[in-house]
Design a protein around this ligand. Sequence first.
Ligand SMILES: Nc1nc2c(ncn2[C@@H]2O[C@H](COP(=O)(O)OP(=O)(O)OP(=O)(O)O)[C@@H](O)[C@H]2O)c(=O)[nH]1
Ligand SMILES: [Mg+2]
Length: 196
Amino acid sequence: MKINQISFYKSFVKAADIGETRFPEIAFIGRSNVGKSSLINHLCKKKIAHTSSTPGKTRLINLFLVNNKFYLVDLPGYGYAKVDKKMRKDWGKSIEDYLISRQQLKAVFFLLDCRRVPNEHDRMINEWLKKNPGVQTFYVLTKADKFSKSKLQQQKVMIAKELFVDLNEFVCYSVTKNIGKHELLNKLANCLENLD
Ligand SMILES: Nc1nc2c(ncn2[C@@H]2O[C@H](COP(=O)(O)OP(=O)(O)OP(=O)(O)O)[C@@H](O)[C@H]2O)c(=O)[nH]1
Ligand SMILES: [Mg+2]
């Protein structure tokens, strides 16, 4: 699959503001700083989503229209310790509301940093995704360039065990080393075909 055209559609503070949209939505979910916005940019070969080395960069729900066919949705990250408690709660709520309320949501790229053990937020999201088979899940281990092949494999086994997910479900990804892009685009293409 090729992403020929991507444009910013709109930003929303909360899911309830989105209302009816014309196309299916594919969302990017994961902890702050895991690499959601970078992944969108890499898949689309365009610096369209804002990224930062400081966690908490994406604070709104951002929709990007792709090929005039579907939306990629860049969500705020969860679990960033340095924002105050109220803000953290608001972001958590915004992600939860988005998952629960969007009829248009067809698939989720669920991002996990390959260096980290999944935390309670990751596990909560994982449980929700497992209970909602109508939303297809693509498990992505980000920043794969940080490890050797054998260490990466070890981490993959550990994370798969923690989340009770089959090893083969995970795609290792690196923006800097250009790993995983075709695999993810193929998965996305299959998912979109099944929607037609
Ligand atoms: N080494 C390496 N760094 C990466 C990779 N992907 C993203 N990063 C870096 O990780 C940092 C966070 O990336 P973002 O894409 O802004 O992360 P995010 O998940 O959108 O973060 P929030 O918007 O805060 O939730 C940036 O400094 C990126 O350059 C990768 O594949 N390899
Ligand atoms: Mg972001």
